[in-house]
Design a protein around this ligand. Sequence first.
Ligand code: ADP
Length: 516
Amino acid sequence: MRAPFFYKKTAVVMAIVVIVLSTATLSYLSYRYTVGGENKVDTTLLQQNISLVEQTVDRIEQKVIDNDRILYDMTDVNDPSSWPEVNEAIKKADLNVDQVWFLKPDGTVLHPVRSLPQAFQHSLRELKLNQMRLDETNHLHRERGEGYFFASYVLRQNRKGEKILVFYQMNRDKLIAMIDKFLRDLSPKHYVSIVDFENYGVYQAPVNRSVKYFYERRFPSTFYKWLLQLVPRNYTEIERDVTNRRRVNFFFIVLSMSLTLLSLAIIYIAGLRERQLAQLKEDFISNVSHELKTPLSLIRMFSEILVLDKVKNESTKQEYYGIIHNESERMSRLVSNLLDFASLERGAQSKNFEQTNIARLVTKELEAYRYQVQKEGFQLLTRVDETVPDTLANPNALTLAFFNLLDNSVKYSGDQKQITVTVVQTNGFVDLSVKDCGLGIPRAEQQRIFEKFYRGTDPRVQKIRGSGIGLSITKHVAEMHGGQVLVDSEPGFGSTFTLRIPIREAAGETRVTSDE
Ligand code: ADP
């Protein structure tokens, strides 16, 4: 029989390779997709942070520029007598101004008549006053060493055509308070800070630049020595979320891959089993055919001789009749074994239970059998405990199982032709044992011999007729009665098979047990 394509090794290996490769590819792609998704989340979060920083910087700048416009409007360069008053009014207004200075373009102070702060003096030299355009507000911002001196200034011209430089010197604390109004709302959800170029915290402590989603931006035209820094407060949570999600996805990828591989392994093993079973069935058919063929050809041969009346001697005739009788009996045993096997497979024999005395059943069956085995040179010993109680059993099935054990002990005895049949009662069971002193069974095969169609691998066993269903039937019968078959064997020293049947009574009857 040829193996179907499905079982062909190369086809199976090819299918497995294809499935493993596609699973691996799918897993890789889903992993890539997961990581891609995370990157997208990262980019979005960073983008959000960037736009928040830029919006906030722009809003603060705009506020300073709006203030500049008010200051400009409040200042009249035509009337120097109004300057002290203007100064006071501006200082009182909520415009963060400490002092308004009126200067000539060459730096000479017109009002108030006092010396300029040092930071102011230094800066004045650096400002390119002659290149300044009229009425355009500019900003001056100094480093920490000079107290972050900050001023808005504008070059104006009075009616007489004189150019006057107006400086609005700002108060640092008030500026920070103004900035705080913009940043306060961000604090619950963000780490926010303003630092100078030396990373010194002007507003709150500096933020760690190496953390994820960090972004900073310099104020472009007002506080141009400062940077606004921002990072989401829950960035660790976001990170943890992303890591957890990655772990879960990874777990599912590994799980699905393992399940696929597991299913493959199961399919492969099932295929292998199927192949083994197909092989066993094939052997079974050839064994059974062989078993039927041998007695059939003997019957045919001897009956032909008798029909043609070729034998004149009466005792030879009797011998031939005997052979024909024995061989036909062997055939009918085999056929009924096959039929019983089929009905056991269908579960048909699990009915027909009745009160049975196993000791009496064995003694009765042995009566007829003893003569037959003794003729073949066997010594048959029996040790049957007649006191074993009746039990609920199917007598036909038990007889079948018993004969299978007996038949095997005859077949596999080799030259040690001694068989012992024992029936005893032990702890609620009846043990029916058949012991021989023959070939024995290797330990590795002692469980497999109960599988249907399985035959021993020993070449001596292979030469002996058999179909591999006898022990499977016996096991079936034992289990049908709630019992089991035990084997105790050693190669070269023989085997003992024990059919262990529990003692059960029909409903309503009282059990009488007498343990040995
Ligand atoms: P069969 O005898 O037709 O091969 P069984 O199912 O009765 O099938 O037995 C299965 C196998 O168990 C045999 O092929 C043989 O290898 C082994 N076996 C069974 N009984 C004995 C025994 N009494 N001694 C040695 N081997 C045995």
